[in-house]
Design a protein around this ligand. Sequence first.
Ligand code: PLP
Length: 454
Amino acid sequence: MSIRIQKTFEALFELEEVRGLFRESLPTGFDAEEEAAFRQRIASLRAIVADLEAGTGTPKVTKIAGTLDVRSREEEYINIHPIQAAGRLTTEARKAIISYGDGYSTCDACRKPFRLDKITKPGIAEFHEELAKWLNMDQARVVPGARRGFQAVAGTLVGKGDSVIVSALAHYTEFLAVENAGGIIREVPLNAKNIVTGEATAQKIEEVRRETGKLPVLVMIDHFDYQFANEHEIKEIGKVAHQYDIPFLYNGAYTVGIQPVDGKKIGADFVVGSGHKSMASVAPSGVLAMTDEFALKALRTTAMVGDLTKRKFGIKEVELLGCTLMGGTLLSMIASFPAVKARTLKWDDEVKRSNFFIDRLLRIGGSKVLSEYPRKHTLTKIDTTGSFDTVAKTHKRRGFYFSDELSSRGIVGEFAGATRTWKLNTYGLNEKQIRYLADVFTEIAEKYEIPVAK
Ligand SMILES: *Cc1c(COP(=O)(O)O)cnc(C)c1O
């Protein structure tokens, strides 16, 4: 680790030590012993900051709690990990978790009727309203991951033996949400270009009707799938679902938070997004938005009464088990939200940079793109069997030679050892970084005498 990054962490940790002193002292201030400890910590902090500024010194703190390594991946490297790119925190989100990391930190000013989305200080209620408006839906709730959004919807709409339409590229969490509700997955096949079409969705619905005598109870489709990040015919699919009067869940795990999403325009009854994948938020976080029509069902409140105590729990929502993200997760979402909203408006630039990189990769002889091309997303599945894998065959490190070459140049996030088909995500890389990334791939190709077209 660069000594400056190391010293940045040490300084942050030292300040946390100072913070700990405040927490252990009386509200009236330090006693003599605490004051001495405070001065000692500050002196140590000054030394760390001096090293930080000069780039000198040696690592002093390498573990947290004696066991955990300091994670400096995002400071030290360009990270092209397929699922991590758009979940990197903003600086404001990192400040929020420093400040709101304590357990139920959202609950300082929770008042009757005691529900997370009603809290006004901090502005959680307002955030919920803004979230719904931003997605152009009527209601929004925060959930611990997109998967919990699927689960809440499936728990509402899917009964035992009911069929649910998903795509042949559906995420495993969609399978699990349906399974958990006792439903049956029915997959829409892909066309020759690995796209899910409205027409194929209609055919699948008909097939289910023919075979079971019943219509599916939910259509749940990813706008961009996780395997190729191809764009599927989401609007047409929404239309088809409505023609059959089947509720439509738009899975925006790879869109909400990185590109504009207009739920009404898409014709979605539910919009689901992932906070830790695409909204620069701490895991597990996500959003479940819906129309008022479906809020009546999916956000139904508890009706249960205790037989002994006759207790009832008012307006707690059953599918959400009352409250969801009660601490730093939610505050990180809120802190990132202004930046997230702004960045969705620059999606075209992200796609341009994605294509810039892919074009450069394609100049390396034998490289292929398995995703649709030109790219409409920053996540891409590539095939380097004909380029980088040809070297792996004879290299003593096998496929790992490629990871070694990348990491020694400050690139991480590729699937270690994979040189055939693998995914990368360029989301969030600026102009300078994307050029650097492309140059690194070219440089490695040239080093191993893989032909590169000019
Ligand atoms: C990542 C992903 C999910 C799961 O998101 P979580 O927020 O981790 O639950 C669901 N669907 C798709 C298409 C994904 O890419």
